[in-house]
Design a protein. Structure first.
Length: 301
């Protein structure tokens, strides 16, 4: 049976709403996977609880390679330390990394409370808890970056959690929230259109795709560095042979120059490689999340 894999269509779960980083990533790789595997690949959005609902669905699925999940390590490692889940790290098998993208501190262009990062911090300090900040879900890299930003900048924000970057951006641009920490991949269209502006890259270096935006290090936060890495997962008991077929199909998909160009236009970088790299990344983040949880620093907002 494994040798004949795949024999039926494949569902690709995206655990966030349409329009966000993982949705973009999932829809970029789906056609290539379909071509490599010889089966249709259908993207299914299942948003909620910072990716937990989608991850839960995968953990309950048959381990036959017909249901897969596009996810960051956070939904698998961080979210279970913050909310009750029906899965553990062992409930999943890594297929491989897909892409990575920077995180930005973004506001709408018409924002008149502050104009840059320094004035944002000054306003937040003068108005504790009154500046609202959107994120893509509990335990996401966006959420972790907000928690670290508050500690390092000495500010208190009103943290608003959404079911993905898409809904968060709607409220940001509509004026319902003041700022967001968002992936460059889902923010870049709003930056290019002039509807939003970025105040900081959440990293020690500037991102070459938005070279005008200062880094956290330049703005006095040298240890603030969070990015978003996406990977492809299968249920934990998926046969090794099936995982190998999927890894090969994923890497061949990511090696396509046309797809790499699409990732670049979407402000992401393709990350082909072995499943072991993704496995080790999840183990590292799981350990870090456990340490944060033990210190009382991971809790639902």
């Amino acid at each position: 049976q494994t040798a004949a894999y795949p024999t039926k269509p494949i569902t690709l779960i995206v655990p966030f709403a349409a329009g966000g980083n993982l949705d973009i990533v999932g829809r970029l790789i789906a056609p290539g996977l379909a071509k490599q595997l010889g089966q249709s690949v259908v993207v299914q959005n299942k948003p909620g609880a910072g990716g937990v609902l989608g991850a839960t669905e995968l953990s309950r699925s048959e381990a036959d390679g017909t249901v897969l999940l596009v996810s960051t390590p956070n939904a698998i490692t961080v979210a279970p330390k913050m909310v009750q889940t029906q899965y553990t790290l062992d409930s999943f098998a890594a297929i491989g990394l897909i892409s990575s993208t920077s995180l930005l501190l973004v506001t709408r262009t018409e924002q008149n409370k502050f104009q840059d990062f320094a004035s944002f911090v000054a306003y937040a300090k003068a108005n504790p808890g009154k500046v609202s900040v959107a994120n893509a879900g509990i335990g996401t890299s966006n959420h972790i970056a907000i928690m670290q930003l508050q500690i390092m900048a000495g500010i208190e924000l009103n943290v608003i959690t959404y079911k993905g970057s898409g809904p968060a951006n709607i409220d940001l641009l509509g004026g319902q929230v003041d700022v967001s920490i968002d992936q460059l991949s889902s923010a870049i269209s709003h930056l290019k259109s002039g509807r939003a502006r970025a105040m900081m890259v959440v990293a020690s270096e500037r991102d070459p795709l938005v070279p005008e935006v200062p880094s956290a290090k330049e703005l006095g936060l040298p240890t603030l560095e969070v990015s978003t890495t996406a990977g492809l997962l299968a249920p934990g008991k998926t046969p090794t042979a099936t995982l190998a077929i999927l890894n090969d199909a994923l890497n061949k998909t990511l090696a396509d120059p046309a797809l790499q160009e699409q990732f670049t236009r979407a402000a992401s970088r393709a990350r082909p490689g072995s499943s072991a790299v993704f496995t080790e990344l999840m183990k590292t983040e799981d350990k870090q999340a456990a340490e944060l949880a033990a210190a009382g620093k991971l809790r639902p907002e």
